[in-house]
Ligand binder design. Structure first.
Ligand code: KIV
Length: 286
């Protein structure tokens, strides 16, 4: 039971609202507890206050202002053109819409190439309302993760298929299929946790590798295209609502099609993750 801070008791008009939001606000500790209890949690991208409010009230635990906005909002073919100011603007919008969910802001391409850049740009995103920042990368990122965490910025690391490196990978391809790369990704996950990361996103890797990572780490692991054995799942909202232009990735699911209504679609996603129904074999890589 979380205690209400005494100073809040003096504000009679907003006291009960504040009390409710303080008691139920999702934090990194909440997600850690979910993992320890084996309770699967749900994450979704959001980019504005209205969708964020709907997702928050339907039980999404984590909202991400993803740099996927470069593709789904701005119409680019990858995430590279997204700027810190783009993410900061959408973080401010989403922040105004939510009460309960943990809010993560993506650090865009080249905004954290050095630890110093990372600290300057993470400050902008935290001051825009983020509770945590997400960075793509493995070994080279360890010093940055350590410095950010030591200075009060919680870090979600992102490995596997890291879309900002799409041109290095030669396309949006499943990662870690051979034994050497699988071992490298597992080692990166452990090293990022040791450096201070409090959450990890793993994208487009075989389900067996995702399970090994989730089992090996104490921190919660969120999967996208990583099978059913991660601690949480994340999807891009445009895929869940079937409005992404082009194709819906194989690992995603159009919940609007099966429910016909946005809030019902989000509830179905939350329920299917909680019950272990999503992702199914058809959404999984081996
Ligand atoms: O940018 C984004 O939306 C993401 C998720 C797909 C994990 O990084």
């Amino acid at each position: 039971m979380i205690e209400v801070r005494p100073e809040l008791a003096y504000n009679s008009t907003s006291h009960s609202q504040l009390r409710n939001s303080i008691m139920s606000k999702v934090t990194t500790s909440t997600l850690l507890k979910f993992k320890q209890e084996g309770k699967k949690f749900t994450a979704l991208t959001a980019y504005d206050a209205s969708f964020a409010a709907a997702f928050d009230s339907e039980g999404i635990d984590v909202l991400l202002v993803g740099d996927s906005l470069g593709m789904v909002l701005q119409g680019h073919s990858d995430t590279l053109p997204v700027t810190v100011e783009d993410i900061a603007y959408h973080t401010r919008c989403v922040h105004r819409g939510i009460e309960r969910a943990l809010l993560i802001a993506d650090m865009p391409f080249m905004s954290y190439a050095t630890p110093e850049q990372a600290m300057t740009n993470a400050t902008v995103l935290m001051q825009a309302g983020a509770n945590m920042v997400k960075l793509e990368g493995g070994e080279w990122l360890l010093e940055t993760v350590k410095k950010l965490t030591e200075r009060g910025v919680p870090v979600c690391a992102h490995i596997g298929l890291t879309p900002q490196s799409v041109h290095v990978f030669g396309g949006f391809k499943v990662q870690g299929r051979d034994a050497e790369n699988a071992q490298r990704i597992l080692n990166e996950a452990k090293a990022l946790e040791a450096a201070g990361a409090q959450l990890l996103v793993i994208e487009c890797i075989p389900a067996s590798l995702a399970k090994a990572i989730s089992d090996a780490l104490t921190i919660p692991v969120i999967g996208i295209g990583a099978g059913k054995d991660t601690d949480g799942q994340i999807l891009v909202m445009h895929d869940v609502l079937g409005i992404s232009s082009g194709y819906i990735p194989r690992f995603s699911k159009n919940y609007l099609k099966q429910t016909g209504e946005i809030r019902a679609a989000v509830r179905a996603y939350v329920d299917e993750v909680a019950s272990g129904t999503f992702p199914g074999a058809e959404h999984t890589f081996n």
